[in-house]
Design a binder for this molecule. Structure first.
Ligand code: FNR
Length: 352
């Protein structure tokens, strides 16, 4: 049996194989609500055999959305649609996860399909927030610098969202602390110039994330896994870096985080990222040395690549993004089990 098909148990949850759908915004929602697109898109990937079905960055507050079309879970009326997805995915053997997020200064943009530019209030956007009044791109409207009361309120929004995620039937919760969104904006000294207890030293810059993790743990059941997605580097001199990521991962692990989802970049608009197959795997390899479980992600597209990452102990899970946009059946088609068991749903047995 290939390593990809080995189950992974974390706390009370057993993921049937090592392939996860990497969180990917669909920019298809209205008012944060699930619609037919989400049901079909996520349902197809569950039928396709992913072990872990991770939903896209789902906003903890309306103003935390990257675009007006993001999914949200800031209101109880958003639970029912998500629950349809988790129920169907569970019927097909997938473990379900949701990534909860606040976009901070990268909020209030149009969808990529519409060009992705910042939306002013007149264009249907809103005032963005951040640790400091520094825009992501110098041409953009600067964000409002959050005060301490507003920061505390955002921590509460994360924990209320975690409670709703549980009600919607998710097995795994992931806090989005990567890609230049609000939590990453606090981590990086390039976007965080604060002089209070949230800025300056490493201990101060990680404070928001640690507060979110501690608060979320009061609402997210202890027996269910908690993941954090981190950008291991800003890919920019003087920015957030791998050394700090490893130090933070150790602390998060001690705080009860089960897995670090190892990504990079997104906080600096002109960073040069050396893209190549598996270009982020070495981050996962370093972070895993702290003892925390890791997921590797980024330009991983073949079974051989996945197997060698797992066999060489560089990650515990492989998250696939664009490969699963191109081919939702990649897990069942390419990792066919050799032990006689079939992952195909009964409806498709004649197509095998
Ligand atoms: C993404 N990515 C992403 N990441 C994340 O943490 N939350 C998200 O909601 C999104 N949204 C998103 C949308 C789309 C259309 C793409 C293509 C990507 C990043 C994604 O999860 C993954 O890390 C990267 O795509 C790299 O992996 P692949 O695509 O090379 O396998």
């Amino acid at each position: 049996m290939s390593r990809i098909n080995e189950p992974l148990s974390i706390k009370s949850v057993t993921i049937k194989n090592r392939i996860g759908l990497s969180p990917m915004c669909q920019y298809s929602a209205t008012d944060g609500l699930v619609n037919d697109w989400h049901i079909v898109h996520y349902g197809t990937r569950a039928v396709g055999g992913v072990g872990l079905l991770m939903l896209e960055a789902t906003a903890v507050a309306p103003e935390g959305r990257i675009t007006p079309f993001d999914l949200g879970l800031w209101d109880d009326n958003q639970i029912a649609g998500l629950e349809r997805i988790t129920r169907f995915a569970h019927e097909h053997g997938a473990t379900t996860a949701i990534q909860i997020a606040h976009a901070g200064r990268k909020a209030s943009h149009d969808s990529p399909a519409n060009g992705g530019k910042q939306l002013s209030i007149a264009e249907g956007g809103w005032q963005t927030v951040a640790p400091s009044a520094i825009p992501f791109d110098s041409a953009e409207i600067p964000p409002h610098e959050l005060n301490e009361t507003e920061i505390e309120h955002i921590v509460q929004q994360f924990t209320a969202t975690a409670r709703r995620a549980k009600q919607a039937g998710f097995d795994v919760l992931e806090i989005h602390a990567a890609h230049g969104y609000l939590v990453h904006q606090f981590l990086s000294p390039l976007s965080n110039k604060r002089t209070d207890e949230y800025g300056g030293s490493f201990e101060n810059r990680i404070r928001l994330l640690l507060k979110i993790v501690a608060a979320v743990k009061t609402d997210w059941p202890q027996e269910l896994p908690l993941f954090v997605r981190l950008s291991a580097t800003d890919w920019t001199e003087g920015g957030w870096n791998l050394e700090e990521t490893v130090k933070l991962s150790e602390i998060l692990h001690r705080q009860g985080v089960d897995l670090i989802d190892c990504s990079s970049g997104g906080n600096i608009s002109n960073a040069k990222i050396p893209l190549s197959p598996g270009y982020q795997v070495h981050f996962s390899e370093e972070i895993k040395k702290t003892g925390v479980l890791t997921a590797a992600v980024g330009l991983i597209t073949t079974v051989e690549q996945m197997n060698s990452i797992l066999v060489e102990g560089k990650a515990d899970m492989i998250f696939l993004g664009r490969e699963l946009l191109r081919n939702p059946y990649f897990p069942i088609v390419s990792t066919l089990r050799t032990d006689g068991e079939s992952e195909w749903p009964i409806q498709y047995l004649r197509g095998k």
